[in-house]
Design a protein around this ligand. Structure first.
Ligand code: FCB
Length: 440
């Protein structure tokens, strides 16, 4: 029988469940005086985004936030992981503050608290103000200072009431996906740009963390994404390629943030392209943190490829796939929960994103999503049983939303959104989770 196969009582009493969203993907960036972002520019450039869709309307969460918070409370969730938009708070990224923007996040946080939800803030989930992109964006070292100033403005207003905060969602996506692979804004394919972004994003993380500590905030963490790198074949060359892929994707930021050093195998390739004096920044990047959040979705098959460094190519294997074409590989979650402990020791870990896209129709049960969640929660339970300090699990996403370069057609939500009427309809997974999470 399909359905959700776990219940809250199967987890430790203090284990928390949550849902996640991000600002640009749901709010509607055309509303409330938000500034232009590099995602608006990227989407306006032919060929970058499916149907050239952007976040101008999103899910209209800017106006429907109260209904959306009700859904989270009614689903029985404990945590709401949300993000603030830099360009909504500071339309040009620095200088003038948009009062309406700060008021919006203030109301939103109060709305969470009024509903008994724990606000888990992310300060940056990818919508860089265009005015800063014009200055080189993540390639420019000054971004660390601009970001620290934004953190100060935002957290002076709401930092007293959030439950947790993390500066930057998925640094690998900010750095590599957006500046080396070119799949996300600003769409660069340039190793020098990538090396700089991969470094400055860590520096910005460190500087913002210092600012938040200075404001007296606690429960500060980092949210990184992880992809399980499996060699395409058993050849020594493919195994070496998978190890390097793992370094770029999974070890670069953990090494920097928790050990103050980058992995040597990745530095072999990126070293010549790093900004001068990068070594002096490592102490700032490596701030004491209170937790690590892991975003996990899939595995990737990696093979050796001729050509310039990093000499690798990505492939898809034979496991069942989601609507994204991502293989469903639950044991990868277990792998990373144990692997991360090598960096974080006893610090609490949270799964801060996990979930799947499925071509859902509102009147058909999303059985595939329930099975995906069952399989991944089983791996989480396995890790907990082995002593991993996993303290919570957050599902991506509350709502169907703007899935970046893939537009609005990839549905990750527990709640279906009709993008014409904007009507929200809970899917079968939402209703089953509500039962599973109900406190006895
Ligand atoms: C993650 C992002 C999130 C969403 C999911 C599917 O990489 O953090 O915004 O796009 O993937």
């Amino acid at each position: 029988m399909s359905g959700i196969s776990f219940k809250r009582a199967d987890f430790p009493p203090d284990f928390l469940f949550g849902v996640a969203t991000s600002a640009y993907q749901i709010e509607g960036h055309a509303f409330g005086g938000a500034g232009r972002t590099h995602w608006d520019d990227f989407a306006a450039t032919p060929g970058n985004v499916v149907r050239a869709e952007d976040g101008a309307r999103g899910c209209d969460h800017y106006h429907r936030w109260a209904e959306d918070l009700d859904l989270i409370r009614d689903g029985g969730f404990d945590i709401y992981r949300f993000s603030a938009s830099w360009a909504r708070v500071m339309p040009d990224g620095r200088g003038a503050v948009n009062a309406q923007g700060l008021d919006f996040y203030d109301r939103l946080v109060d709305g969470m608290l009024a509903r008994g939800l724990r606000p888990a803030l992310t300060l940056y989930h990818w919508e860089l103000p265009s005015a800063l992109a014009d200055l080189g964006g993540w390639r420019n070292r000054d971004i660390a200072g601009w970001f620290a100033d934004y953190a100060q403005v935002l957290c002076e207003r709401i930092g007293d009431r959030v439950w947790s905060a993390a500066p930057i969602n998925e640094p690998w996506c900010v750095g590599w996906l957006s500046h080396f692979l070119g799949h996300h804004a600003p769409g660069l394919r340039d190793i020098r740009a990538a090396a700089r972004a991969m470094h400055h994003v860590g520096l910005a993380h460190g500087r913002a963390t210092e600012v938040m500590r200075g404001l007296g905030m606690g429960n500060l963490g980092a949210v990184c994404n992880f992809e399980y790198a499996l060699p395409l074949t058993d050849s020594a060359e493919d195994r070496a390629a998978a190890t390097l892929y793992d370094g770029i994707y999974n070890r670069w930021f953990l090494g920097a943030m928790f050990q103050g050093e980058y992995p040597a195998d990745v530095l072999d390739g990126l070293g010549p392209h790093m900004p001068r004096g990068w070594q002096d920044d490592m102490a700032t990047i490596c701030q004491p943190l209170d937790w690590l959040g892991l975003n996990y979705y899939t595995c990737k098959r990696i093979a050796h490829a001729d050509g310039p460094w990093p000499h690798l190519s990505e492939h898809v294997g034979n496991l069942p796939q989601t609507q994204m074409g991502w293989e469903i590989c639950p044991e990868g979650l277990h792998h990373f929960l144990t692997f991360a402990q090598g960096y974080t020791g006893d610090l609490p870990l949270y799964v801060t994103e996990n979930g799947m896209a499925n071509p859902d129709q509102p009147d058909q049960p999303d059985a595939a999503r329930m099975e995906y969640l069952n399989q991944h929660l089983a791996q989480a339970q396995r890790a907990i049983a082995e002593g991993v300090a996993l303290k919570g699990y957050v599902i991506w996403s509350l709502l169907d939303n703007y899935e970046w370069a893939l537009g609005y057609e990839k549905r990750f939500g527990l709640v279906h959104v009709d993008f014409d009427s904007l009507q929200r309809r809970p899917k079968a997974s939402y209703l089953a989770l509500k039962q599973a999470l109900a406190r006895a």
